[in-house]
Design a protein around this ligand. Sequence first.
Ligand SMILES: *Cc1c(COP(=O)(O)O)cnc(C)c1O
Length: 427
Amino acid sequence: MNRRKFVAATALAAAAQAADAPVRATPLKAGYWGPQFYDEKERAELLDVLDSRSPFRWYGPQPPTKVLQFEKEFAAHMASKYALGVTSGTAALQCAMAAFEIGPGDEVILPAWTWHSCFNAVVLAGALPVCAEIDETFNIDPSSVERLITPQTKLIMAVHLQGNPCHLDRILAIAKKHKLRVLEDCAQSVGASYKGRPVGSYGDIGIYSLQMNKSITAGEGGALVTNDPTLFERAARFQDLGGFRAPHAEAIGGAHLGWTFGANYRMSEFTGGVLLAQLRKLDRICQAVRHNAKQVYEGIRDLPNVKFRDLPDPVGELGSGVFLDFRTKERADKFLAAMKAENVLASKPGGSVILPTLPHIMAKKSLHPNWPSFQSARGKSIRYAPDTCPRTIDILQRYAGVLMDPKFTPTDTADIIKAIRKVHPTV
Ligand SMILES: *Cc1c(COP(=O)(O)O)cnc(C)c1O
């Protein structure tokens, strides 16, 4: 080989290698949003509580302020009259069940694809969970809901998953027509809005999770909002052993109910303080995630045959992930593998489970063999099995996408676009 040929051959090899080189040298992966924004604000809130020696929300050597202030600002932020801080989103769901007086004999319609907490809250209340199919928003399909309504149905759980509001207008219309309550589960969409108003402000009650995987966090935490003073009083009583404290009574213009039955899901001042600092950053966090998602949407929109997850409100959704329909499970899986090779991590829809496919749910496990949920005629006859939600399973198999992070840099989003554009023609 002469010198000129050698130089040409090595240049070609280098070019080939560059084309084959992964888009990223090291893996790019979305992180936990809230904790990346921890700074002197959260630190100061925590130190306030430590120095005051008043870690309990209702009394102590100094008048506690954090949880009450968090509730006040959370209600305002979520465009609702009343907010209640509790220990988790799961606890908030149980408070909602108590507020709605859901119990044995009642049926609650929820999506087949959601988090364990939704199903468990219904069963813990002694009521029967009835699973609806999802649509291509990954959320509860309103037409599936309508088919499942019986005279025992009391509540629809409108869950807004992975930052994306469900078809709320249609759910609200169905609920109105059949005189049903609506619970919005906004655990995965804290900060999202629907038609100009925060999610959670449309239903009879909205619940939020403030656990680490959600928009803002103190590690654990949850909240509930409502405009209905009676629902608020029942929820507040349930999380405080049946009692109702003066500041909450004042907020609704005086207590209307007496002591009742309840658990203890009270939020601590440490949690309240951290969440107060985080809440004041929520808009900033959501803006950053939305901005990053928008870059990716715009950067790949022109790809042939591209079809995104349905977004009932593209402006209000959080942009937690950009998901594409690959039409088959095989192609979606091929996309995941190809993206991994580019060091840009992609994933299937996540953060939820397909309830009717879980062995313990198929077996109708609860706390006791005579648990009321499954004792009614319908409770005995209802089946939880994969063949009860074929559409849900199909949709979740053929979609895949990239999760977003508020701290992604312009280089990060450019690399995501580069990777998707590179692998898309190959899958
Ligand atoms: C996380 C989550 C919950 C429960 O919240 P926790 O704070 O973890 O108890 C409820 N519903 C949905 C949809 C969730 O994603």
